[in-house]
Design a protein around this ligand. Structure first.
Ligand code: FAD
Length: 392
């Protein structure tokens, strides 16, 4: 067991920390206020080679893996969860392609993500099917005989980065029975934005993470060639494997946000005078800071361990509790830490003069996306009940 980062990862952490301070921090409030996609930040990430962090070197990436991406996201999320989400989107839609895609799919769709010439998004959720993925209604119907393509119809919703994406990883029911709850009834496809019948629908008005849009993808008689099926037809397990491997990356958005919030609030209470002292001199305040610091370090350990596991390919069922634990703990921490930061600043923390109110709004997204906290708790409990997580 070694708790130190490798030299390469430490260098990555240092360089992204600097980039986040120089390019993300000064833009964070404006990104939130304008609610427009920060192309300049995307280009800064591209120029620093961060868009290919978790992509293999043979497809133009740097092979830093999920741990490398998590470390970068942690740094960026100290200031802006919109910017952190931009980095996350280099992995969420590409994950299924990396796990089960063909060589041709990887060669066509991955290098553009690494060099910033292509963007992608991930379409699993539907208006009536979020946690209950099997309730999806998007339908894929074979066009002709075996080996011919598919026709997709349906609506995906709440899709992050839907407007900027050039291609989408989309899941559809392919068993013929839209009511089927059988796991082999769902298949993953790569769908290109420019194809006939692919349209971006309404985009959402959100309470936070406003720099990256979230919205609908409308699929109307979209013809998808057979070679754009990811993995096997009926390979729903792929969606779960992809999401399992994502847990440390979402967790990193939470720990970064919590670190940013606690550091900011600590600096504030050290200079804010009250009752002839500073606020930081009160033991009650110190204990809150201490509890949050413990929480952050615990979440970092869970997150880094789960990232190492995911990089080893340990994202199948028996590892789920460890991965889900990181996501659950780190994202709930983000909510607690940002709430504490607002509280420690008092009225100032509630006002737009300080970033605390933004962190508070941004944090809440994290306990909902990619499996809510309740869904993670269910997965952790299942792991204990099945003895995947046992201490004997
Ligand atoms: C900002 C944002 C960005 C998003 N980006 C994407 C994206 O890029 N791609 C994508 O596919 N989706 C995306 N989503 C959707 C997200 O994945 C879903 O919101 C999430 O899976 C929860 O689904 P739901 O909103 O339908 O909630 P529901 O499933 O309706 O759940 C509502 C409540 O019930 C609880 N609940 C549900 N089932 C259970 C259960 N079995 N046990 C206990 N409690 C339960 C939930 O925890 C939650 O508290 C995004 C969402 C947001 C808010």
């Amino acid at each position: 067991m070694d708790f130190d980062l490798s030299e390469e990862l430490e260098a990555l952490q240092t360089s992204v920390r600097r980039l986040a301070q120089d390019k993300v921090k000064p833009r964070a409030r404006a990104i939130d206020k304008d609610g427009t996609y920060p192309q300049d930040v995307f280009e800064a990430f591209r120029d620093a080679g961060l868009l290919g962090l978790c992509l293999p070197t043979e497809y133009g990436g740097s092979g830093a893996g999920i741990l490398g991406l998590a470390i970068a996201i942690e740094e960026v999320a100290k200031y802006s969860n919109s910017a952190a989400l931009m980095l996350l989107l280099t992995r969420l839609p590409t994950g299924p392609v990396m796990i089960a895609g063909t060589e041709a799919q990887k060669a066509r769709y991955l290098p553009g993500i690494a060099d910033g010439s292509l963007r992608a998004a991930f379409g699993l959720s539907e208006p009536q099917a979020g946690s209950d993925v099997m309730g999806m209604r998007t339908k894929g119907v074979p066009e002709g005989g075996a080996g011919s393509g598919w026709v997709l119809n349906g609506t995906k919703c709440w899709m992050s980065g839907v407007r900027e994406a050039d291609w989408y990883t989309v899941f559809a029911k392919t068993s013929g029975d839209p009511a089927s709850r059988s796991h082999d009834s769902i298949t993953a496809f790569i769908v290109e934005r420019e194809w006939d019948g692919v349209e971006v629908g309404r985009t959402d008005h959100k309470m936070g993470v406003k720099g990256v849009d979230t919205g609908e993808l409308l699929l109307n008689e979209v013809h998808v060639p057979a070679e754009n099926v990811i993995g096997e037809v009926g390979g729903f397990r792929l969606a779960m494997l992809g999401l399992n491997a994502m847990r440390p990356i979402v967790a990193a958005r939470g720990i970064g946000l919590a670190e940013g919030a606690l550091m900011y609030a600590t600096e504030y209470v050290q200079q804010r005078a009250a009752f002839g002292k500073t606020i930081a001199d009160f033991q009650g305040i110190q204990w809150e800071i201490a509890k949050c610091a413990v929480d952050i370090e615990a979440a970092r350990l869970l997150t880094y361990r789960s990232a190492v596991m995911a990089d080893r390919g340990q994202y199948t069922k028996e590892f789920v509790p460890y991965l889900s634990m990181a996501k659950y703990h780190a994202t709930e921490l983000a909510v607690r830490a940002s709430s504490l930061a607002v509280q420690l600043l008092g009225a100032a923390g509630y006002m737009e003069d300080h970033p605390t109110e933004q962190w508070y709004r941004d944090a809440k997204q994290l306990t909902i996306v990619e499996g809510t906290s309740q869904v993670q708790l269910g997965l952790i409990a299942r792991g204990v009940l099945d003895r995947d997580l046992w201490w004997d």
